[in-house]
Design a protein around this ligand. Structure first.
Ligand code: E4P
Length: 246
């Protein structure tokens, strides 16, 4: 299972990239607000540059035609961008329309301040954009029915919100497990992102339930690393090394 970071905070992303453990990032309007970033295009392009993997950026329109229009604009920011669309009737219509749509290779990565330093040169970015098309992440998924519908509409990813279901007394992880079973039984290649992860235990639970990816807040990533026996072990080795070497 891959690990994505669920944040729009550039410093958190830099720190996680340094560890070499994340392969993508998910953002949403609330995370942008929390990171104090209203410059949606610039922050998304900076994240794409730093991570060089799938970066989910959410549409804020609610009508299918407007979602598609917004998604097409956002998809031009980088071939790494994945369009996050909520699972509503309009959202499903937008997803199924976007799967037929193409990115314009001539204006891909336009206005990106990171372009010169980016490992993706213009040709590579254009090739990627053309081969991948517009990828979507069906978000705000709270049932396996919604996951199935999103996969049938052609979503690249579906994001069951585990923590928000747990918050209201439902078993969030069961949606991940059911969706994984259904996708395997019927050969659906939509990937499952376990989202709304609240604590470290959610991560192995998501992996065992069959999620392809878990997207975790930085605070959860930090807690995944820490173990008191690791700290104690390092301390003991250092003390003994000092004794051994005088
Ligand atoms: C996922 O893509 C969402 O951004 C995120 O996981 C939502 O989590 P929350 O329930 O903590 O807001």
């Amino acid at each position: 299972m891959e690990i994505y970071l669920d944040t729009a905070d550039i410093e958190e992303i830099r720190a996680a990239v340094k560890m070499g453990v994340i392969s993508g990032v998910t953002t949403n309007p609330s995370l942008m607000m929390r990171a104090g970033r209203g410059d949606y295009r610039q922050v998304t392009q900076e994240i794409c540059y730093l991570v060089q993997g799938p970066i989910s950026a959410e549409v804020v329109s609610t009508e299918a035609a407007k979602m598609v229009e917004e998604a097409k604009r956002i998809a031009q920011w980088s071939p790494h961008v994945v369009i996050k669309v909520p699972v509503t009737a309009d959202g499903l219509e937008a997803i199924s329309t976007l799967i037929e749509s193409e990115v314009d290779p001539d204006t891909i990565c336009q206005e990106c301040s990171w372009l010169e330093k980016c490992p993706l040169d213009r040709d590579l970015a254009q090739d990627l954009a053309l081969t991948q098309g517009i990828r979507t992440n069906a978000t705000l998924v709270f049932s396996s029915n919604q996951a199935l519908l999103a996969a049938r509409a052609g979503a690249t990813y579906v994001s069951p919100f585990v923590g928000r279901l747990d918050d209201i007394g439902h078993d969030g992880m069961s949606v991940v497990a059911e969706a994984a079973d259904i996708f395997i039984s019927y050969g659906l290649d939509t990937e499952i992102i376990a989202a709304s992860i609240r604590h470290p235990l959610h991560v192995p639970q998501a992996a065992l339930a069959g999620a392809d990816i878990a997207t975790v807040p930085y605070s959860v990533l930090e807690r995944m690393i820490r173990h008191p026996l690791t700290d104690l072990g390092v301390e003991r080795f250092l003390t003994d090394w000092k004794k051994a070497t005088g």
